[in-house]
Design a protein around this ligand. Structure first.
Ligand SMILES: [Zn+2]
Length: 173
């Protein structure tokens, strides 16, 4: 179950994802919120913007949160990480390391690098996953908007298959 507040933060994550797509990189946005509904950090994918394969939205917010992450760990505060897309293996690892206790995302990413559910199902770090509330695809409208961003991304010149075909076409001239 999600609340109106959850939906508002998911909308913020989607806004960040749209911003990322305008910057010609993966349309993923993330927001980190504390248990008093304060936004601790927000961010978007910068893989192509920064030419950094690890510049994912979720990692950006965890890094930006800095000391707040340690304060939350010590005082057992529940932080929620909202992402527009299911976290990849790297970001799932970051979430476990940061001991973020609640994770909500708009769209599963079974065909891409979506890993949160796979790592949970595989019982890797089972005890750590058991402490996390996981909410996948809670809102059909916002999910469809993220899905549309992913479809637009597939047509973007920076998408890897388009970069490859551009090289191939170039070779034929
Ligand atoms: Zn990631």
């Amino acid at each position: 179950m999600i609340t109106d507040a959850d939906r508002a933060f998911l909308q913020m994550a989607l806004d960040e994802a749209e911003h990322a797509l305008r910057e010609n990189t993966y349309p993923v946005g993330a927001i980190l919120v504390d248990d008093k509904f304060n936004v601790i950090a927000q961010g978007r994918n910068r893989v192509h913007t920064n030419k950094d394969a690890t510049a994912h939205a979720e990692i950006k917010v965890i890094r930006e949160a800095g000391e707040a992450i340690f304060d939350a760990k010590i005082h057992n505060k529940t932080f929620t990480l909202y992402s527009s897309l299911e976290p990849c293996p790297m970001c799932t690892g970051g979430i476990l390391l940061a001991k973020i206790q609640r994770v909500v995302w708009l769209l599963n990413d079974d065909l891409g690098f979506g890993a949160f559910q796979k790592m949970n199902d595989a019982a890797i770090f089972e005890a750590k996953f058991n402490k996390i509330e996981m909410i996948a695809e809670p809102d059909a409208d916002l999910k469809n908007r993220q899905l549309e961003l992913m479809r637009q991304w597939e047509r973007n010149t920076n998408h890897v298959s388009n970069l490859r075909s551009a090289i191939h076409e170039g070779g034929e001239i």
